[in-house]
Design a protein around this ligand. Structure first.
Ligand SMILES: Nc1ncnc2c1ncn2[C@@H]1O[C@H](COP(=O)(O)OP(=O)(O)OP(=O)(O)O)[C@@H](O)[C@H]1O
Length: 266
């Protein structure tokens, strides 16, 4: 499953939010979107899962314009995990994950043993099988997030969109979740705030700033102090961990930058 975004722009109320975005996710690739608050990451992802229609440009999934797919074809191909999961109704965890199977069922079909076994396996993968009969709304934020990943796994979509999937998760589950998603080998795009996590798990990273793509490349190409300072307004030290060859970034407020971009000042 390959995704291509070509010359995408989106605006609202006369304000242009995304400007001529070009992006590609190759089959099996794990691509990260990083950028400061309000830079346009979620808006770009919403265009990809077809909640927002671009003003211009196209999004092509495996050779087809996503706006030419039926809602069902789109749902079979793409699973989405967002940062906030709210539901008014009191579903059990197993029922929530079973919803991932709906996209494969006809209107009057009932779930089969196979669907239930896919659901169980997905819950095992995220370590939530003991919670199957628990009420979803009674779960902690991190537990909910893991159940939603299980739902995406059960959906068996070949393209995965994650918007801040590690919000609410403690450090162990952040690592486990990204490890798990990466291990699925599914084509994935994820908006991530934690640059160290992005460095560890992304094959390539797109840096979004003011609604444009400021840079793209491997973590080593992109995560450099000058760019981090320019885009995020902080100083940083970027080192390579000799034990695993991965980048490790530490951050500090630079006095000069702090006075220029004192966003928390009254
Ligand atoms: N429906 C809307 N109406 C007005 N402005 C919007 C709308 N949707 C997005 N925006 C604006 O577009 C900009 C980009 O928002 P977006 O949520 O995509 O940023 P983000 O990079 O995901 O931010 P964050 O890291 O804080 O989640 C923001 O300035 C936001 O206020």
């Amino acid at each position: 499953m390959k995704l291509e975004v070509k010359h995408l722009s989106w605006s609202i109320e006369g304000k242009q939010i995304l400007h001529d975005i070009n992006l590609q996710v190759s089959s099996g690739e794990f691509v990260g979107l990083i950028g400061p608050n309000g830079s346009g990451k979620s808006t770009l992802l919403r265009c990809m899962y077809r909640v927002l229609k671009p003003d211009s440009g196209v999004i092509i999934l495996n050779g087809q314009n996503i706006w030419h797919l039926s809602a069902r074809e789109m749902a079979q191909a793409t699973a989405v995990v967002l940062q906030e999961a709210s539901t008014e109704f009191d579903f059990t965890v197993a029922e929530m994950v079973l919803m991932g199977r709906n996209v494969h069922l006809g209107l009057f079909d009932r779930e089969t043993e196979k669907d239930h076994s896919i659901v169980f396996d997905a819950l095992v993968q995220v370590g939530m099988n003991d919670f199957a009969e628990r009420s979803f709304i009674s779960l902690s934020g991190g537990e909910k997030q893991r159940v939603l990943i299980a739902r995406a796994i059960a959906q068996q979509a070949r393209f995965l969109i994650l918007d801040e999937p590690t919000n609410h998760l403690d450090i162990r589950y952040q690592l486990e979740l990204l490890e798990l998603v990466k291990g699925l080998g599914v084509t994935t795009i994820a908006a991530l705030h934690d640059l160290n996590l992005a460095a560890s798990y992304c094959d390539r990273i797109y840096v979004v700033n003011n609604g444009t793509i400021r840079a793209v490349g491997t973590p080593q190409d992109v995560l450099q102090s000058d760019l981090i300072r320019e885009v995020f307004g902080v100083g940083s030290t970027v080192e390579t961990d000799p034990s695993n060859g991965k980048l490790h970034i530490s951050f500090f407020l630079d006095a000069k930058i702090g006075s220029k971009r004192n966003s928390l000042a009254p």
